[in-house]
Write a protein that binds this ligand. Structure first.
Ligand SMILES: O=c1ccn([C@H]2C[C@H](O)[C@@H](COP(=O)(O)OP(=O)(O)OP(=O)(O)O)O2)c(=O)[nH]1
Ligand SMILES: [Mg+2]
Length: 147
């Protein structure tokens, strides 16, 4: 286990937790005032605060991913999935939810709205060249191998 420092803003709901021994993602809870739930209208979106800031080690990122239950049961997902938390980001982690259902969805304080997977990052050094090596695929893409 790699220790990752977090700070909890006053509205935070505690440190994020893995929901099971083998869970890949730390669940992220909505850090909202008790009396101020957020209602997302059909096809609307909302930036939900988590009350967390963190300092990932260099060479790592965190991916903000949807929870499958919210997607399957309510049509609510992470709009920019997977959201990217950079290792040099020190602001509050936020979750951009979108409601793809046809009824409003209300997020209450403490509700788990997304999960955060920490993963290693490979960085590369872009180098300008005149041409690239040839491959069988070449420039074929976007369904070029069939449906
Ligand atoms: O779901 C997300 C995605 C991003 N971020 C924060 C952490 C990340 O390090 C920063 C920038 O994210 P990104 O690079 O995806 O956004 P951008 O639109 O490129 O903004 P910037 O110009 O600040 O990089 O915003 C979140 O809190 N939640
Ligand atoms: Mg960016």
């Amino acid at each position: 286990m790699i220790e990752v420092p977090f700070t909890l803003l006053p509205h935070a709901d505690g440190l994020p937790r893995y929901a099971s021994d083998g869970a890949a993602g730390l669940d992220l809870a909505a850090a909202l005032p008790d009396d101020a739930p957020v209602t997302i209208p059909p096809l609307g979106r909302a930036m939900i605060p988590t009350g967390l800031t963190m300092a990932l080690p260099a060479g790592y990122e965190a991916q903000v991913r949807p929870r499958s239950g919210l997607a399957a049961k309510h049509g609510v997902t992470v709009l920019n999935a997977p959201g990217t938390i950079d290792c040099d980001y020190r602001g509050e982690v936020k979750v951009v939810l979108v409601n793809l259902s046809d009824i409003p969805f209300t997020v209450a304080r403490g509700e788990r709205i997304a999960q955060m997977v920490v993963a290693p990052v490979t960085r590369v050094a872009p180098v300008a060249v005149a041409s690239l090596d040839e491959t069988t695929r070449g420039a074929g893409g976007f369904g070029s191998t069939g449906r």
